[in-house]
Design a protein around this ligand. Structure first.
Ligand code: SF4
Length: 254
């Protein structure tokens, strides 16, 4: 697996660093956005806020403006809050401590702990869970001694590029010799009978439009009916992404 990974690995900027802050930024961005779109945003973000301390000192409004288009804006504020905790108390060096930072779940904590601090812990995202399931083992059982960081990258890469949810290319897989599922993965049929909801009709879309318009200084976006706009504003206000003044005018916080 490790030999395979060294051969096929994509050269991505966050794979060239052991800086916990840079790794955390990449992990949070990658949660919702494709690699190709994240790369330029990641590089611009690090140029603007090169350290956790720098991000902690930024205003929430500036952080939200820089996040527009990456989706799930609340993550940007949680990332800033995590950096504020780090600026105050320093970096926890193990996954258990990292999990106590705002907005950091088990996967992200394990990824930062293994990539930045070399902790021997499995970072289990959806891809790794699927690969381990097909191999019939728990992800932790797969960790080779002393190589957690590279192994985690290898397992994620395998799930992302070879052992996919809908298609397993077992003929190209380095795990094939010992995989009980090799050649037996059945593609699940697509759900029928339910009409797919267009993204443009979702509340998430409406909320994204509101934040993008406020970030651009354009006021509230046109084209959303009053009820939908109010629902989006109320949700954003509840999540701390928008503040409404006494006269009802909406703006980004801070
Ligand atoms: S052999 Fe096939 S099912 Fe098994 S891990 Fe590789 S791609 Fe997945």
């Amino acid at each position: 697996m490790l030999a395979w990974y060294r051969r096929v690995r994509r050269d991505l900027p966050w794979r060239r660093t052991t800086d916990p802050y840079a790794i955390l930024v990449s992990e949070v961005m990658l949660q919702q956005t494709q690699v190709a779109r994240v790369v330029p945003r990641y590089e611009a973000w690090l140029e603007r806020w090169p350290t956790a301390e720098a991000l902690a000192a930024a205003s929430p409004a500036d952080v939200l403006r820089a996040w527009v288009g990456l989706g799930y804006n609340r993550r940007a504020l949680r990332l800033r809050e995590a950096c504020a905790a780090v600026a105050r108390d320093g970096w926890p060096r193990e996954a258990a401590g990292l999990r106590r930072l705002p907005g950091i779940g088990p996967y992200t904590a394990a990824a930062v702990a293994s990539f930045a601090f070399g902790e021997q812990v499995a970072a289990v995202d959806t891809n790794v869970r699927r690969v381990a399931g097909r191999l019939g083992v728990a992800p932790e059982e797969l960790l080779p001694a002393g190589a957690a960081a590279e192994w985690n990258q290898a397992a994620m890469e395998l799930g992302a590029t070879v052992c996919g949810a809908r298609r397993a290319a077992c003929g190209e897989c380095p795990a094939r010799p010992w995989c009980p599922s090799a050649g037996r993965v059945v593609t699940p049929p697509r759900a029928r009978g339910r009409r797919a909801v267009r993204f443009e009709d979702t509340d998430r879309y409406a909320r994204g439009r509101v934040v993008a318009a406020l970030a651009a200084g354009e006021g509230l976006p046109a084209g959303l009916d009053a009820e939908r706009l109010e629902r989006a504003l109320a949700g954003l206000e509840r999540d701390g992404l928008v503040v409404r003044d006494a006269d009802g005018a909406a703006r980004l916080p801070g």
